[in-house]
Design a protein around this ligand. Structure first.
Ligand code: SAH
Length: 217
């Protein structure tokens, strides 16, 4: 195998893909400098692990583009003491970023093998402030609610009501919403019994499949 300088690749990713495009939250940038993204992909993708694109992780799923992970994390507005729920564990990379920034991270994944793989990588890297569950994340994770912030890393047809129900008042939900082949990254704020949604940008995610998402084909 080629001798790859992952530290240098990571620094370039942060400078050229994140800072250059306006990611400014210090906590987010520091987390991206620390988390070894290549650990979350198979060895055949090591060389492109810090590239400006998503990568396959098996089961027809992907680890999102670094910029998208950074933008979504920044949209959560985390300070450090939050309890965060993620839907769509995938590779576990977004979780590692969240583990660096917030207090407790809970993540739900449909596929058992992805959940187990993410868990073993996160453990190996020494993270201990998280838990992963296999199941339908559109229904949230009731036992650990309420959450300060919720992040959905798959494209949804609309806002899953269960997720809003499990959020604290004033909490934020970041979710790609729209059709199956293109969505709008949306930030939803819970205000008492109502929600306020604001659109961030266009994006492209694999579908959120579940009771309050897309139905399985
Ligand atoms: N956050 C991931 C990217 C995940 S891709 C990362 O950092 O790598 C989206 C993931 O959402 C896939 O793993 C897919 O299996 C999962 N997913 C889709 N619908 C889901 C549902 N209803 N509940 C839980 N996970 C779901």
């Amino acid at each position: 195998m080629k001798n790859l300088d992952f530290d240098m690749m990571r620094r370039r990713m942060v400078e050229e893909q994140l800072i250059a495009r306006g990611i400014a939250d210090r906590k987010v940038l520091e987390a991206f400098m620390k988390v070894p993204r290549h650990e979350f992909v198979r060895e055949e993708f090591f060389e492109s692990a810090y590239g400006d694109h998503p990568l396959p992780i098996g089961n027809n799923q992907t680890i999102s583009q670094p910029y998208m992970v950074a933008l979504m994390t920044e949209c959560l507005g985390l300070k450090g003491d939050e309890r965060v729920l993620e839907i769509g564990t995938g590779s576990g990379y977004q979780m590692a970023i969240l583990c660096q920034i917030a207090k407790e991270i809970y993540s739900v994944e449909r596929f058992k093998d992805l959940a187990e793989n993410a868990d073993s990588v996160l453990k190996r890297l020494g993270y201990a402030n998280y838990a992963i569950k296999v199941g339908d994340g559109t229904l949230g994770w009731e036992d650990r609610a309420p959450y300060d912030a919720v992040i959905v890393t798959a494209g949804a047809p609309g806002i899953p009501r269960s997720l809003v129900g499990q959020m604290k008042d004033g909490g934020r939900l970041v979710i790609p919403m729209g059709g199956e082949f293109g969505q709008v990254l949306t930030v939803v704020r819970k205000k008492g019994d109502t929600v306020e949604a604001s659109e961030v940008c266009g994006c492209m995610f694999v579908p959120l499949i579940g009771r309050e998402g897309w139905q399985k084909k």
